[in-house]
Design a protein around this ligand. Structure first.
Ligand code: ADP
Ligand code: MG
Length: 140
């Protein structure tokens, strides 16, 4: 096991319902430490760039509309095996398929409005963290 950092986003459906603290408790209860955090309204350009990997998917336009529809909270989580463990804590992309006790099962609305984003690999974690944070904003 290694200590890793991963990029997390609390999405607009969750900030709209005032669930930032509730979601952060899932991370802290699992010994993931929030070592950077800020609340932002993404620009269209930021949303399109962040999700560029999905540019060819049918849901890309809707996803970018949704991600710019309200505030998001971007954060860096640190802990043992943080990247894979955060994906477990989040649950499956579609809340209907997510395991009991996961964030998406507990608070997700549907396959799009699924409350959280989490990096899926060490390479993407490094890229996604650098997308939102400078080194001086991350205090581990
Ligand atoms: P994950 O967030 O679990 O890594 P993906 O990377 O496949 O999932 O998709 C990115 C985001 O795009 C999802 O979290 C969700 O908000 C949205 N999304 C994924 N699949 C669909 C779909 N079939 N319809 C609408 N939105 C989707
Ligand atoms: Mg993904």
């Amino acid at each position: 096991m290694t200590v890793e950092r991963t990029l997390s986003i609390i999405k607009p459906d969750a900030t709209h319902r005032n669930l930032t603290g509730k979601i952060n408790a899932f991370f802290e209860d699992a010994d993931l430490r929030i070592i950077a955090q800020k609340r932002l309204l993404l620009t269209r350009q930021q949303a399109e760039a962040f999700y560029a990997v999905h540019a060819e998917r049918s849901f890309y336009g809707e996803l970018c509309n949704y991600m710019t529809s309200g505030p998001v909270v971007v954060q860096v989580l640190q802990g043992e095996d943080a990247i894979a463990r955060n994906r477990q804590i989040m649950g499956a992309t579609n809340p209907a398929n997510a395991d009991e006790g996961t964030i998406r099962k507990e608070v997700g609305v549907n396959v799009q409005e699924n409350s959280v984003h989490g990096s899926d690999s060490p390479e993407n974690a490094a890229k996604e963290i650098a997308f939102f944070f400078s080194e001086t904003e991350i205090v581990g």
